[in-house]
Structures are given as C-alpha cells and as structure tokens.
Ligand binder design. Structure first.
Ligand code: UD1
Ligand code: CA
Length: 454
C-alpha cells in the first residue's frame, strides 16, 4: 500500500453544543469524539496524521498529546477546503490523503479499508438517505458516473431530490489534492472554500471518481448537538450489546447497558440492567453482575456473583467470590477465590486471601488479609495518620470481632481472636484472644430521662 496521510478536521466551533468545551472533546462511550477518530486513523498505520483545530485554544492538542499526530491551527475558518489546505504543507506528495472528521466518531476500519481498495483516483464515501436534507448531494451523469457534489444551499430543486449524499470523508492522491485545493474559489452561497469542489476538478481532468458506501449508516453520523450525541451514544451501545448477545452473554435489557471501553465476557455471563463497564473489563465464565453495578478496569474470575449496586475499580476478583450488594472495591483490591464482601464494605489497596469474609460495614485499606479470616461488622483499618499510610497485616484464620479498630502499622497473628469493640494498637499475638481492658459495669436503679406530657 502506498504511503497514507490522514487529515482530521476538527476546527468547527460546535455552536449548537452550547458548551465551553470544544465539540470534539465531548465524549461518546466515555471517550472524546476526536479520540475515536484518532484511534481508527492510527490503526491504518499512516505516515502522518494531521489534526486541524480551531476553537478552544490549545484544549484539543493538549488532550490528545499521546498521539503521534501533528496539530495545525485553522484561524479563521473559511470552509472545509480551507481546513484541509492548512494541513497540506505538512504532507509529503507521495501516496494518498484521507480526510476524516473529528465530530464523526464512529467511522470503522473496515469502511476505510474498502475505500483504500476502491482503485486509483478520488474515492468518496457516500450514503443513500431517505431524508438527505442538510447534506451535499452526489450528482451523477446518465452513465451513473459521479460528476460533482453540490451543497444543499447551492442546489437546484431537482438536485435536492437526490438521496445519495456526501459524508465528507474522502481519499485522494496527495499530489492531485494539493493542486485541486490551490484552485478552490469561494464564489458560492456561503462564501466558503468547499472541499467538495475538488470532485468536479477531478472529473474535468479525467481522474476517476469512485463512490464507496459504509458498512453501517451510523458510521457517518456527525455530532452537532447534545441530542445527536445522545442518539449516537445509544446507537453505539446497542451495537455493543448486540455484539455481546451474539457471543452468548445474557443481557436483561440491551437498552440498559453502557460499555465505555472494552468488555470481554466468557461463557454464560449474565448482566442485569443499568450496569456500566469502563476501560478494560473482563468477566470470566458464569459471572453474574447485578443491577446498577459499575465496573472499571477490573477482572472478575469464574462463577463470581456481583450483587446490585456494587462499584469495582482497578481490582482483581477471584473465582467463586460473592460481592455486594453495595460493595466498593477501590483501586488495588485483589481478592482470591471464595471471598465474600458484603454491604457497605470498602476495600482499598489490599489483598484478601481465599475464603475470607467481610460482610458488613467495614473499611479495609492498605491491608494484607490471610485465608479464612472473618472480619466482623464495623471493622475499620486506621491506615492514615494524617500524613502517611500504614499497612495492616491480618494472618490466616483470624477472627475479628465487630466494631474493631486496627491502628496501622499493626499485625494480627495467625489464628488470633480480637474481641468485639477492641482498638488494636499493638500487634496481637497468634492464637490468643486480645481485648481492651474495659470492664462492663451496671448502675442499679438508674432511670432514663422521661418525656413530660404537656
Ligand atoms: C460538509 C460537506 C457536505 C457534507 C457534510 C457532511 C463541504 C463544503 N460540505 O457540509 O457536502 O454533506 O459536510 O456532514 O465540505 N470544518 C473545519 N473548518 C472549517 C469548516 C469546517 O474544520 O472551516 C470541519 C467542521 O468542524 C466539521 C466538518 O469540517 O467537522 C464539516 O463542516 P460543516 O460546516 O459541518 O460542513 P457542512 O456544511 O455540514
Ligand atoms: Ca458549513
């Protein structure tokens, strides 16, 4: 394949978003619009990617620094042809140039690959729409050969009847493109330099013009408003949901699922309504995820059950675990197999070995918990002294009574028992019962205050 340049147009203001943020930084499936396009572009392994930006100062280049792309400002914005012109000084003449749009996020690799296979000359991506209003129309001659693109505002009533429209995405030999752009004029109804005018120039020079159609219509939808963004988000989520259903995942409702990243599922996985998956998440065989759970950058091993309203972030959960309802696993939680974490239990940066349980109302932070440990209700690791974090070590077979505070750094030895209500501020020896010396006393005859009836 000859060298490829990619120009991504992203200078538009996005007035109809009514936002201070540049349009292309608004997110779809948890990722900025322009980043979807950059990811797709990068997968084509081009020699150069050029992003043309305009509004919002340096916000767009700053947010996309991780890409090996060149950012070129277009100021003022005089039309799509003028926008591509800004990139041309940075592109070598060999090979071809693909024009993409920062606000058309869902263009797919397979469609761009089809364009690359279409043949020598200028390749347009077009689509037939039952309602073509607003788009440039593809004008063909009697033989069906593409002659030009006419913008709606410049079109005759007959041309407006044409349902084949310009998506804007095109692929052109770079050297020819440069010449065509140099020849653009702005004598049209909008006073802009139209990229679309290069089509009639190609035809006049006898350069072949091909039209390719995308595999799915949603690939070419652009975003101009929050309602279009919402509609395309739901469209994309249904695409994700049907991909999972085809693989055999049970979804209670495909319309109530959000995947903001990559979700890998084993066999017989079940996902109830309202769940959100962010970043890279893997659910192994027979995992069940309860309603309204949020799981981010985590892996859940086989047979584990996540009950409703659980939050799991940057954590690893072993096989046969039982999590939630209302459990919170914060970054660095690593649970081995058969662990039970119940309601209102928060775990952070801690390992919990097999068969251990913390079923109610606890905070376990910066801890190593052994196997078969029982952590009673209301147990708190006091891991923070106001300046530093300290570790708590709880060895195998420990029983921690309810309402215990473990003041780190501290170790509870193997098989120890901690009485309910103990503040453990020194290491507790293995195999022994440890408690604070608080004797229980009773005041005979003491009366509680009574409400006086008025
Ligand atoms: C353009 C096409 C039209 C096509 C439609 C598809 C032209 C002349 N017309 O029309 O045939 O059907 O897209 O949506 O190309 N942009 C810049 N700088 C500019 C102008 C635009 O970066 O100076 C960017 C915008 O951010 C946007 C894209 O180019 O991402 C399209 O611009 P827009 O003004 O929306 O083009 P349309 O008039 O809709
Ligand atoms: Ca315009």
């Amino acid at each position: 394949m000859n060298p490829l340049n990619i120009v991504i147009l992203a200078a538009g203001k996005g007035t109809r978003m009514y936002s201070d943020k540049p349009k292309v930084l608004h997110t779809l499936a948890g990722k900025p619009l322009v980043q979807h396009v950059l990811d797709c572009a990068s997968a084509l392994k081009p020699q150069q990617i050029c992003v043309v930006y305009g509004h919002g100062g340096e916000a767009v280049p700053d947010a996309m620094r991780q890409y090996a792309a060149r950012f070129v400002i277009q100021e003022p914005q005089l039309g799509t042809g003028h926008a591509v012109q800004q990139a041309m000084p940075h592109l070598a003449d060999e090979g071809s140039t693909l024009v993409l749009y920062g606000d058309v996020p869902l263009i797919q690799h397979s469609t761009l690959h089809q364009m690359q296979q279409a043949g020598e000359g200028l390749v347009l991506l077009t689509v037939n729409l039952p309602n073509p209003a607003g788009y440039g129309r593809i004008v063909r001659d009697a033989q069906g050969d593409v002659q030009s693109i006419v913008e709606e505002k410049d079109a005759t009533p007959e041309q407006r009847e044409i349902c084949e429209v310009n998506t804007g995405i095109l692929l052109a030999p770079t050297k020819l493109l440069r010449g065509w752009l140099d020849g653009l004029q702005n004598n049209n109804s909008q006073g802009e330099y139209y990229l679309t005018d290069i089509v009639s120039m190609a035809v006049q020079q006898g350069v072949a013009v091909h039209a390719v159609q995308p595999s799915h219509e949603w690939e070419i939808h652009g975003i101009n408003s929050k309602s279009q963004l919402m509609v395309l988000e739901r469209t994309w989520q249904l695409v994700e949901a049907s991909r999972l259903l085809i693989q055999g995942v049970t979804l209670t409702d495909a319309a109530r699922l959000d995947v903001r990243g990559k979700l890998n599922c084993g066999r017989d996985v079940e996902i109830d309504v309202g769940c959100i998956f962010e970043g890279e998440v893997s659910l192994a065989d027979k995992v069940r995820v309860g309603a309204y759970s949020v799981i981010r950058n985590s892996s859940i091993a086989a047979n584990t059950v996540i009950e409703p309203y659980s939050h799991i972030d940057n954590s690893e959960v072993g096989a046969d675990c039982h999590i939630g309802p209302y459990a919170r696993l914060r970054p660095g939680s690593r649970l081995q197999e058969g662990v039970h974490i119940g309601n209102f239990v928060e775990i952070k940066n801690s390992e919990i070995a097999s068969g251990s349980k913390a079923n109610h109302l606890s905070y376990i932070g910066d801890s190593s918990v052994g196997s078969r440990v029982n952590i009673g209700a209301g147990t708190i690791t006091c891991n923070y002294d106001g300046a530093n974090k300290h570790r708590t070590i709880i060895e195998d077979d420990v029983f921690i009574g309810s309402d215990t505070q473990l003041v780190a750094p501290v170790t509870v030895g193997k098989g120890a028992t901690i009485a309910a209500g103990t503040t453990v501020w020194k290491n507790a020896p293995a195999g022994e019962l440890t408690m604070n010396d608080k004797n229980q006393s009773t005041r005979p005859g003491w009366k509680r205050a009574q409400k006086v009836k008025k």
